[in-house]
Design a protein around this ligand. Sequence first.
Ligand SMILES: [Zn+2]
Length: 643
Amino acid sequence: MKYLIFLLLLSGKLFAQSNDTLCKSNLTIVANEKKESSKIEIFQKTNASPNFEVSYYRCVWNVDPAVRFINGNITSHFIVNSATNNIVFDLSFQLVVDSVLYRGARIGFSHFPTTALQINFPTTIIAGQKDSLTIFYKGVPENSGFGSFVQATHAGIPVLWTLSEPYGAKNWWPCRNGLDDKADSIDIIISCPVAYKTSSNGMLVNENINGDIRTSFYRHRYPIATYLVAFAVTNYNVLNHSVQLGAINLPMTTYCYPESENSFLQNTNKVLQALQLFHQYFGAYPFINERYGHTQFSWGGGMEHQTNSFIVSTDENLMAHELAHQWFGDKVTCGSWQDIWLNEGFATYLSYFYFEKKDAAGHSTRLKNLGNNITSQPRGSVWVNDTNNVNRIFDGRLSYFKGAYLVHMLRWVLGDTLFFKGIQQYMKDAKITYGFARTDDLKRNLEEVSGKNLTTFFNNWYKGEGHPTYKVAWSNNKNNWAKIFISQTTSHPSVSFFEMPLALKFKKGAQEKTVVVNNTNNNQLFWEDIGFEADTVLVDPEFWVLSKNNSSIKEVGSTVLDEIKIYPNPASTNITISIKNPTAKKLAVNLLMENGQLVYKKDFATPGRDENFTIATSQFSRGAYLLRLEGEKFLTAKKIILR
Ligand SMILES: [Zn+2]
């Protein structure tokens, strides 16, 4: 644990010197997110009944960070979707329910060891009816590893924090624990000894002290998943910053340990810059009517609690990653574990995007290192093919890194304008915004905006495994055109060919030109006008395509003269003229009758590559003709019979 924290701190400090540290820092984030999740039995995700939805929670909690204990009451506003006389919440069996109040009276309930808390109504509730109830409970929350409810110390001072992702909320409060329902809003009222302060979601609207108890009232008016509800309590110092996002001056609140105040004072400006950047490119900050915040805790990484990321330190990559989750994870939440990359791949990529804008010179090296990590193994898909395997869900190489590269390649395939427009549309798609999304929701929005069919792309890069290896064989012709032959092998049989645009940089001394070819078939031939005689070709020099061990081979150019073929002869409906390795920069084609009358003439202004063109002859009378080809000089003439 200490080692991980050390690495995080180190990566931030060393960033300027080594571009490799971003990848290491990301690995650390992965290690922590995985470690945390594996400790929670995530597959007992929910026992809540599907016959109701919660629209609002009012959470009242009393805690003391020096004592591992919680007591509180939760008022839930809900709507049942079919007539019923019971609904079932999730709540750990380790917590004791004292009573349930419904319309001013106590009602019956049954609490099962499965974590199901069944509420029994005295009469049947009809479908669509808005209703509410309050559950009073207390107890010592389950200790599930790094877990959902953690009591620790910092500098000898008690600290208490919650971290529910993915299914730990039920360990400390009664709720709907699944990844299928967000409350529209939440109020959180927490009391603790006056020596401490509480940090939670949304806006602190009131704080009062009564004797030796401090009560903080937080209000949040955006939809929120239960795993993103959190609080932390200790002797926090509170720092207030703000950042201009368009017309809005957004407050940024920091709750840090007193011993860390200098670090937060020095580094918070970095996350303010990231806020402006993400706001500009990925749509408005999702909780713009409220605020963003950092809360320090002692768990070895970060957690993207809504409006208030919990972070262990001011590591720059960690701050950017958790901030990015406010868009990708909090506003739009992956609707299935198969799609965890919609949270983690995007958050990882946005951190790379932040560093790309901040340190453009190191961008290629960071992408190269990221690619090397992913391609260190020949197999594995971004799509989680085994959701019963926690290590697979939180696999850093696949869900985080390859997911991030998938985002990067979408940007490459669509181009910046359509990519950012498409992502912004996805973020505000009424079907998923402030709700849950699947990969097909992303694909649909990107296709709508771009007009491109991305089925093959997602089949290859999301569902498919592995990556391509490119072999580029090329030569110059006398017109300084390059003849390029691209072949590809793949690292895994699930994909026989990766269809991608591919950048090729032609160089000679100070001269260089980059061309992008649309590589749609294996063993594909391209001609490109380079304009100088290159001696080197770099394959994908800016690392837009995830690939490995690419090679570029210059083939010794042919010195044969123009090889001209005119066929068929005799002809009936078409004459085809084929010129290999042309020397001419201009080409005139004249078809004459035997008496010298011109029946067809065409000038080709700038031939450079192998030329292949056809003259339609069905309209011409039958007989003998002369076909003349001229460049800057006479090339050839041939007698043609039309019959
Ligand atoms: Zn993350």
